[in-house]
Write a protein that binds this ligand. Structure first.
Ligand code: AMP
Length: 249
């Protein structure tokens, strides 16, 4: 069984993101970029499936600029078998990503696609769901546990008040939540080996997909600055402020 894992190159989660002065987006030049953290979890899960003999091949895919190759190499160093870059310099919105992934799924024939539940840059939380819909496949989103047996994927999801387990008939789409696993660090020898692994580059045109954005960002702005706190002298004063200033009681 092949497993396809899409990994997105995003601003590193440790970086304090700055909004561009013209409000058109966020500053990405000279900013550290890394693999979306939920995608690291997806790679780890797929590699564990291969190591346990359930999967035969883990294919890593990234869609975006040429530098996404670095993200693919990181995933290959974690244990992915080969990579595909769908290279595009323009903005790729979740619908376009889902359509491109659908074409790759039809070419490669994986039985499982494991994505992150969301990308930490756009927080869209759409791609996996759209891909499942386009393929007509079942989806198990926000997985905190994944088991495969007898043509089925069992996905445990953290829902309000407990755990829900769903059974999906393969082929299926799964998206990862934070507690699914702890991704490994790539070791130096594996980083070296990853440089030699196969990495194919295709374009959206090769896949016959129109990636024209369907929605326009009107404005990006910083959240309002927090005003400093005050120390109150008594419970009565606190209650008075909560009632008349904050108007929360
Ligand atoms: P989103 O719907 O944008 O929040 O992204 C959800 C997941 O879809 C991510 O965690 C990735 O697994 C995948 N994804 C989205 N955009 C890309 C991209 N440009 N390249 C690779 N994977 C992507």
């Amino acid at each position: 069984m092949k497993v396809l894992v899409p990994v997105k190159r995003v601003i590193d989660y440790n970086v304090k993101v700055r909004v561009k002065s013209d409000g058109s987006g966020v500053e990405t030049s000279n900013v550290k970029m890394s693999m979306n953290p939920f995608d690291e979890i997806a790679v780890e899960e797929a590699v564990r499936l291969r190591e346990s003999g359930v999967a035969e091949e883990v294919i890593i895919v990234s869609l975006g600029v040429q530098q996404c190759q670095e993200t693919i190499r990181t995933a290959l160093a974690m244990g992915g078998d080969r990579g595909i870059l769908v290279q595009s310099d323009g903005e790729l919105q979740p619908l376009a990503v889902a359509k491109l992934l659908k074409e790759l799924v039809e070419r490669e024939g994986p039985e499982l696609v494991i994505l992150g539940k969301q990308a930490i840059d756009d927080d869209a939380n759409q791609t996996g769901q759209m891909l499942a819909a386009l393929l007509g496949w079942p989806q198990g989103t926000f997985a905190s546990r994944l088991e495969l047996a007898e043509g089925e994927a069992r996905v445990t999801r953290e829902v309000d008040g407990g755990l829900e387990t769903v059974a999906l008939r393969l082929p299926a789409v799964v998206t990862t939540d934070l507690r699914l696993n702890e991704p490994r660090y790539a070791k130096l020898p594996n980083i070296m080996k990853a440089k030699k692994k196969q990495l194919d580059v295709v374009s959206p045109e090769d896949l016959g997909v129109d990636v024209e954005p369907r929605l326009k960002t009107l404005k990006v702005s910083e959240p309002p600055k927090r005003s400093g706190g005050v120390r109150v002298g008594s419970v009565e004063e606190l209650v008075e402020k909560l009632r008349n200033e904050a108007k929360v009681i």
